[in-house]
Design a protein around this ligand. Structure first.
Ligand SMILES: Cc1ncc(COP(=O)(O)O)c(C=O)c1O
Length: 482
């Protein structure tokens, strides 16, 4: 984070990098944005990127890479088995995490597949601070169940708690007492808890969970996909770590857990993923599955160029200027929105700014997907693509009943080093306009609904002509502006 004070006292998210490669983006007129949304079945996942102005769907695989990452990609050693690139990556990861074994996989969910296949069987429960969509899907596909043991602050939209992602220690002890060690597949801590607003987990909490799991003989799994943001928050919000080196914070976390896995589409600003363990038996149990689902052990479904970019990106994650960029931009967007009266999750976390659709669209029944409706409306209003993180992202019960999400969020992801401050201000401006006109936003209903991870491919339609009325209001308020 840049230690630069502005004369005005304003907290400006000053970029500690310069842009040396750019991509032209296209802002369609509002009528074109409506047409694109209709063609996408009112699901932002189904938009074509050519129709999107600011792509805040996710940070996954779309973070800006550094010149050193691109340079490294050019010297990759292409080989099915025994590639020099793999050994370079393995050595970097072993050093950064101080863990002995690395299993490559093509992305985060591939790691989850392997972990679920090894640890989960029908009747087993995976405990966690909060689920992630793909994590839960893999566990339930193996016949297991997920039990979330988050703290009281976790689901509060507005809170002062700096580590809302913390596991509730009392609930953990109670779950172990109730279920018994044999029924628990593993305990999982997700860094930078995605679905509750990119909220971090404290070191103290990892330490306490670790002690309990080790005493009970329960494997502790750490999802490090959002570790970069979490490291930033530990360093800046926990006085004990203010002077600590990022690498030492990373190694301390690693020393407390049994398995680390990550999506390198997020961590390391690359593409790919992997699992790290120190225990040989654990390594051997999971190793069998890598060639079956991913590829040979020295590439795991990744191209060698991705692996080179990952090795450099992981090392760069130890630089505070690199890892602070997303959190300070998230904070800037949240503050802009709060200043305009738009409800957002606080404190600002990592990953992105999370708009509270439960409140924003309180007039829309939850059964008509408040957050999904807000995501569609924002695209129409400004060409900004965000992601629904609410009831649409939940799975129906076995009896077909809808499972209402505890939070209805429209997540505006801030990929690392991609957007400028004026783009952030534009996004806040269009959201503020939408908030003023929120009564125009109506609900959505599924017309095509896949059984698994329905939010990816599902197609919806508006319950009325509200999108057309939104366009009319836009023209009235903004004249011929894009
Ligand atoms: C916390 C978390 N875990 C796992 C995953 C899955 O990773 P991937 O998209 O690489 O499969 C993600 C992706 O968004 C994530 O945010």
């Amino acid at each position: 984070m840049s230690n630069v004070t502005f004369l005005s006292g304003e907290r400006v998210p000053l970029e500690m990098h310069k842009v040396r490669m750019v991509q032209k983006i296209n802002l369609l007129p509002v009528e074109g944005r409506l047409k694109a949304m209709q063609e996408a079945g009112f699901n932002t996942f189904l938009l074509k990127n050519r129709d999107v102005f600011l792509d805040m769907l996710t940070d996954s695989g779309v973070n800006a890479m550094s010149e050193n990452q691109y340079a490294a990609m050019m010297q990759a050693d292409d080989s099915y088995a025994g590639s020099e690139t793999f050994y370079r990556l393995e050595a970097e990861l072993q050093d950064i995490f101080n863990m002995k074994y690395f299993l490559p996989a093509h992305q985060g969910r591939a790691c989850e597949n392997i972990i679920a296949k090894v640890f989960v069987e029908p009747g087993k429960v995976a405990l966690m601070n909060y689920h992630f969509t793909t994590t839960k899907a893999h566990i339930t596909m193996m016949g297991g169940a997920v039990e979330e043991i988050f703290g009281d602050e976790a689901l509060k939209i507005n809170s002062d708690a700096p580590f809302k992602g913390d596991v509730d220690i009392n609930k953990l002890n109670a779950a172990i007492g109730r279920l018994g060690k044999e029924k628990i597949a593993f305990m999982r801590i997700e860094a930078g808890t995605n679905l509750i607003g990119g909220q971090p987990v404290s070191m103290q909490n990892v330490r306490e969970v670790s002690a309990i799991c080790r005493a009970a003989g329960i494997p502790l799994v750490y999802d490090a996909s959002l570790l970069a943001d979490n490291l930033y928050f530990i360093k800046t919000h926990d006085a004990h770590y203010r002077e600590a080196k990022i690498v030492d914070i990373t190694r301390e976390i690693a020393s407390l857990v049994d398995i680390i896995y990550f999506s390198a589409r997020k961590l390391g600003a690359a593409r790919g993923g992997g699992i790290l363990v120190s225990d040989e038996q654990l390594f051997l149990r999971m190793r069998e599955l890598v060639p079956l689902f991913e590829g040979f052990l020295t590439y795991g479904g990744m191209s060698v160029r991705e692996m080179e970019a990952m090795a450099v990106g992981m090392r760069e994650t130890l630089d505070i200027d690199v890892i602070s960029q997303t959190p300070i931009f998230v904070e800037a967007l949240c503050n802009e929105l709060l200043g305009k009266g738009v409800p957002v999750v606080t404190p600002p976390g990592g990953l992105g700014c999370h708009v509270d659709a439960m409140q924003f669209c309180e007039h829309v029944p939850q059964s008509q997907y408040r957050a999904g409706a807000l995501a569609a409306a924002l695209f129409i209003a400004g060409g900004v693509r965000c992601m629904e993180r609410g009831t649409m992202s939940e799975q129906r019960g076995d009896d077909g009943s809808e499972h209402f999400a505890e939070m209805e969020l429209a997540r505006l992801a801030i990929p690392k080093r991609v957007f400028t401050l004026s783009q952030i201000k534009y996004t806040a401006d269009r959201l503020a306009w939408l908030h003023k006109n929120r009564s125009l936003i109506g609900g959505l209903e599924f017309v095509e609904e896949p059984k698994v991870l329905r939010f990816f491919f599902g197609r919806l339609q508006p319950v009325s002509d509200w999108p057309e009325r939104l366009v009319k209001q836009f023209r009235k308020d903004f004249g011929d502006s894009l």
